[in-house]
Design a protein around this ligand. Structure first.
Ligand code: NAD
Length: 444
């Protein structure tokens, strides 16, 4: 099939490259000419495991990047919208989605054949049928369901393992206002015929995405609330508590051959310094704002958000147990990206921590094995970036583990034998407390 994808960020580029890999011809469109050039050179503008090799296999053949949206729409039978949907402080900002819908609509005005437009961006329930459809109809002068189709296909990939998630999906959710729109999307995903697929209306597809993210955010904040209580009580470690909780048969199964299998959801039932990233923070806020606007407040989700916001402060409180003032101290942030295996800094807990530490007068050094350019742009200018883990730990008085990079397993070995030992504040519970001289961990 000939597919166009608008937006070449984490979702658009990964989708486009994977579509090409499974045999489709894919036109990837972005307004950012620099990104388009990099993609056409085979250099992904984002860090994602396996993406570069897959891009290089397909670029110039089944995948071409372009800034020409109109030509891409004319030269494809289905267009996926994968632009950003930030939270503007009050509600979801649909500015990019509206703009792209208008441009696609204008391109459809003189396109003779039936075209399907699918929203892949995360949008609040009702957006596809109300906002996107209206923009497309107004700009094209044509009718949805007759001249073109409007669908919603939420993306569930996780940054860091996005290519793998896309190529081995756990589910495919296809929304559509009519059977033809659903059918065209089924053909896009035909090579994943063994994957459970749910065809539904657009609003339900939108709601499935928000509910999926909200479940994860709720489990993380729930675990953090339990961890914070453990900390306050003393003599009980949330890591031991959660290990016991995970043993329940609804989290861990024993297979007939005796193998013990833990449900992947247990990875969200650990305490830490909070969730970040481009999805959970903005999506939970957008959903509660949407609920509020529709007369259905969501107090549980509001509390999930509030608990998360407090987790950075918990890290500082642990440090203050040893250093009542952090002013003048060298504080190293180990890990800057919001999670391991990505360079994405959006809403990373490292940003909140860095801002608070700088405001308090600490000398802040950051280290991340991958997030460098993105970290420089996101962190206060006072933060110095260290080139290596060794350099980051040099003379550190406090070292805070913010991201679960596997490299940080080396921290105890690197610190061994030093005359002055930094306090390790472990926001991800990855360091063995017995292997460093001074240790505090979230939920301990
Ligand atoms: P992103 O910000 O990384 O990428 C968006 C891209 O769209 C940018 O490259 C931007 O230049 C481009 N763009 C903006 N306006 C454009 C226009 N008019 N024409 C062409 N291109 C334009 O965003 P992302 O992280 O890929 O997220 C995209 C959507 O997918 C969001 O709604 C997000 O919530 C959702 N989502 C993200 C993830 C994730 O892990 N990042 C996972 C699932 C869903």
């Amino acid at each position: 099939m000939r597919i166009s994808v608008i937006g070449t960020g984490y979702v658009g580029l990964v989708s486009g490259v994977c579509f090409a890999e499974i045999g489709h011809d894919c036109l990837c469109v972005d307004v950012d000419a620099g990104k388009v050039e990099r993609i056409n050179r085979g250099e992904p503008p984002i860090h994602e495991n396996g993406l570069e090799a897959m891009l290089r296999r397909n670029v110039g053949g089944r995948l071409i990047a372009t800034t020409d949206l109109r030509a891409a729409v004319h030269d494809s039978e289905i267009t996926f919208i994968a632009v950003g949907t930030p939270f503007d402080g009050t509600r979801i900002d649909l500015g990019f989605v509206r703009e792209v819908s208008r441009q696609i609509g204008a391109a459809l005005r003189d396109k003779a054949t039936f075209h399907v437009v699918v929203v892949k961006s995360t949008v609040v329930p009702g957006t596809t049928d109300e906002v996107v459809r209206a923009e497309l109809e107004a700009a094209s002068g044509k009718l949805a369901g007759v001249d073109f189709g409007v669908g919603m296909n939420p993306e569930f990939l996780t940054e860091g393992v996005a290519v793998d998630d896309f190529m081995r999906p756990d589910r495919i959710v296809i929304g559509g206002s009519d059977e033809r729109t659903i059918e065209v999307q089924r053909r896009v995903y035909a090579s994943f015929s063994g994957t459970p697929t749910l065809a539904t209306n657009n609003k339900t597809a939108e709601m499935i995405k928000y509910t999926s993210n909200s479940v994860l955010a709720t489990m993380i904040s729930f675990s953090n609330e339990i961890g914070n209580l453990c900390s306050a009580l003393g003599g009980v470690d949330v890591a031991d508590v959660m290990t016991g909780v995970h043993m329940a048969r609804y989290f861990t199964s024993t297979l007939p051959d005796g193998r013990i299998v833990k449900a992947p959801i247990t990875s969200f039932l650990w305490a830490g310094c909070g969730y970040g990233g481009s999805c959970l923070p903005k999506d939970t806020k957008a959903l509660t704002a949407h609920g509020q606007a529709h007369g259905a407040p969501m107090p549980l989700l509001d509390a999930v958000i509030a608990t998360n916001l407090g987790q950075s402060e918990r890290m500082l409180a642990l440090a203050r147990r040893h250093h009542p003032s952090l002013a003048g101290l060298k504080v190293t942030l180990l890990g800057l990206a919001f999670k391991e295996d990505t360079d994405d800094m959006r809403e990373s807990p490292a940003i909140t921590l860095a801002r608070s530490l700088v405001a308090e007068g600490a000398r802040v050094v950051g280290y991340d094995p991958v997030a460098r350019e993105t970290a420089r742009a996101a962190l206060p200018s006072e933060v110095t970036l260290a080139p290596t883990l060794e350099a980051a730990l040099e003379d550190a008085e406090v070292a805070m583990v913010v991201t679960r990079w596997s490299e940080f397993q080396r921290v105890p070995d690197l610190l061994r034998g030093r005359p002055r030992q930094p306090l390790v504040v472990d926001g991800r519970r990855v360091i063995d407390p017995g292997r460093v001289a001074r240790y505090e961990g979230i939920g301990r």
